[in-house]
Design a binder for this molecule. Sequence first.
Ligand code: SAH
Ligand code: SF4
Length: 378
Amino acid sequence: MINVEQGKVNLLGMTLPDMESFFASMGQARFRASQVMKWIHQRGVTDFELMTNIAKDLRLQLAEVAEVRPPSVVYEHTAADGTHKWVLELDGGSRIETVLIPDGDRRTLCVSSQVGCSLDCSFCSTGKQGFQRDLTSAEIIGQVFIACRRDQGDAPRAVSNVVMMGMGEPLLNFDAVVPALNIMLDDWGYGLSKRRVTVSTSGLVPMMDRLGEALDVALAVSLHAPNDALRNELVPVNRRYPLRELMAACRRYLQRYQGPDGGRRRITMEYVMLAGVNDQPEHARELLRLLNDVPSKINLIPFNPFPHAPYQRSSREAVLAFQKILQDAGLTCTVRSTRGDDIDAACGQLVGQVQDKTRRSQRWQQRVAVQEISGGSS
Ligand code: SAH
Ligand code: SF4
């Protein structure tokens, strides 16, 4: 949170209680925290000078010790279907991607939690890049901050839903992700309802329990296979937390918050459709048995190919046949539409071509160079 160069505290990633302690440590009233949070997250103000309900000398004092600094926007683009993508540069020069997907009344922001990922799922290009570093809470919430920028003329609720489905495994960056989620939910922050904030995990069982203890948000599990042999291959972390343990963790997560309505909540099971690998009718039937006692809905994701990927996207017929088997058995099963393909920006499929040296990424980098926008984001 401390910017070493300038020695300033970045208030962007601070939760309300942390900010209250910060103001208390300055000998100030705690209610300053909610005022400042509102300026930052609801009005998009980064300059303390503009926070006019704060006394002048406190504003000057704040400017000396603190800052509100989101990542810099190095590239942004809107696809033909309205999907908007930002490439953001972090301290140290790493780049991440954030995507906003409009769909009717919904505006879903797909947020990254790490640069790269250490878990190496076989179909994921983020995994293929390896792990670079965790994002700070300021860098995570900074993605929401940027997507809500008021100076872009967006409606006040510029983001209606957040899914932690960008780059990285959010539960491996728990200590930064949880504060960022709290700011998304906080009425002084973005005031998003807990049903509209989803954490997606590859299935880190102990961390799923910790998340359940810390927060009540929607959970998505990257399942991708109905048995351990296949899942070991696709999602290697399955060797540590096999399906039986994963399903038990899903049930615990749901039970924790079952309300008086009898727990209508369900886990979203993500299932990337890989031609001839996990998309056959017998896989669907095995999946039915696996999910028998876990309230869930299934989201079939068309595989997003990347250079040297060892898989192909399943045919439309295979996806529909798979979906029908699940639906006929009474399960909710949706097929994710591919979005923003012309800018490589489908949610959950951010490929980070900035990092690799394939021909596709070189073409893309040339585009970035042409369209590079100046001046960061504040
Ligand atoms: N690490 C977390 C969240 C980020 S990945 C997780 O694994 O859940 C977000 C989603 O995108 C996951 O369901 C992931 O399996 C999926 N995904 C990754 N690579 C993909 C690809 N090439 N095509 C389609 N979906 C992909
Ligand atoms: Fe990491 Fe998720 Fe990609 Fe697996 S799918 S490598 S957990 S980002």
